[in-house]
Design a protein around this ligand. Structure first.
Ligand code: UVW
Length: 331
């Protein structure tokens, strides 16, 4: 990043910084914009009763590369019908768990199956918590970077979001790919504030303070087509860091995309993830990554209604710096 660009980026950081805006002890950031009145209004946008899934499957075939810093989810069965029948046949076989299961089975015909999932909380469809990214030793609202330890986030953990029932509000889809008449944006395409304005004008949708923006690039379909994980990550189109002020001015509560990192993956102006730093750390604005916006895009193109009730609650995991989610748009 050239010195002048760094300076410009730092100045943008000062302009969008929400520290202290909702109190010195605030841990919710722009989710404070999801007021009861706005959530109640969002519920009125569920008109047709059509629920659309916006999450990708939590399975072993997702976009995380096997050798990378994150893995795809691993799903394991803990108890299943086959084991249960065997345990019943071999009385006294196995350890305490089998004995417990056999004891339950001895009391009637009820049988059951149990399972586990193991996964990085930053794999598949997710929200980044405000504790996910920091710079210059500080997190959102000036909390020290050291408030996230090996035990988890003592400040800005995802449970802060979950405990207030978030994230729920009025979702607005900006279908950038469809606006350009393509299935998906080309690799490396940078989406700037003017592009967002153009899509809003073309769609005829109005933004309201507290909206949750859902921006479709179509890039998820690239992964489904090729299954080439590293190409999918490194080539991702996405938002420019110059969108931070636009998001700030429009009082956006959260933003989610169908790409790996919301912003364009190629280091913009030579710096890695500059929008992450401005949004998560300066604004306190959560980022949603790896969403599947294909069905929602088709539905909105059909009825020309681009807003909906968005339900994307965080899992209540104390100290976590992100959360897997299965968001749903209800139109
Ligand atoms: C990083 O890779 C640091 O962040 P994210 O997963 O949010 O893109």
């Amino acid at each position: 990043m050239e010195a002048s660009v760094t300076e410009e980026w730092r100045k943008a950081g000062e302009r969008v910084r929400n520290w202290g805006r909702w109190g010195d002890d605030d841990q919710l950031g722009t989710l404070n914009l999801l007021t009861p009145e706005r959530i109640a209004y969002a519920a009125t946008r569920a008109v047709r009763g059509r629920a659309i899934q916006l999450g990708i499957p939590f399975d072993a075939y997702g976009p995380q590369s096997a050798g990378g810093m994150r893995r795809n989810p691993v799903h394991l069965m803990a108890i299943d019908g086959g084991d249960a029948e065997l345990a019943a046949q071999l009385a006294g076989w196995g350890g305490p768990q089998e004995a417990q299961v056999a004891g339950m089975y001895a009391r009637g015909p009820m049988r059951f199956n149990d399972d586990y999932v193991m996964m990085p909380l930053q794999a598949a469809t997710q929200w980044d918590a405000l504790s996910h990214v920091y710079y210059d030793g500080l997190l959102y609202n000036g909390y020290p970077a050291a408030s996230v330890t090996s035990l988890g986030a003592t400040r800005l953990g995802i449970e802060q979001v979950a405990e207030r029932g978030g994230v729920v509000g009025r979702g607005v889809l900006l279908d950038v790919a469809r606006h350009h008449g393509v299935d998906r944006l080309a690799a490396g395409t940078v989406v700037g504030p003017h592009d967002l304005d153009a899509v809003i004008a073309a769609q005829g949708v109005e933004l309201r303070p507290g909206d949750i923006l859902v921006i479709r690039t179509g890039w998820w379909t690239r992964f489904l087509e090729t299954r080439r994980q590293s190409e999918w990550f490194s080539g991702s189109p996405g938002l420019s860091w110059r969108c931070a002020e636009w998001l700030h001015e429009h009082e956006i509560a959260a933003v989610a995309l169908d790409n790996p990192a919301v912003e364009v993956m190629r280091p913009e102006d030579g710096v890695m993830l500059p929008l992450h730093m401005l949004t998560l750390r300066d604004m306190g604005l959560p980022l949603g990554e790896i969403w599947d916006l294909e069905a929602l895009g088709r539905d909105c193109a059909e009825d020309r209604v681009y807003d909906f009730l968005l339900c994307a609650p965080a899992l209540r995991i104390p100290g976590a710096v992100g959360t897997p989610i299965s968001p749903v748009a209800i139109k």
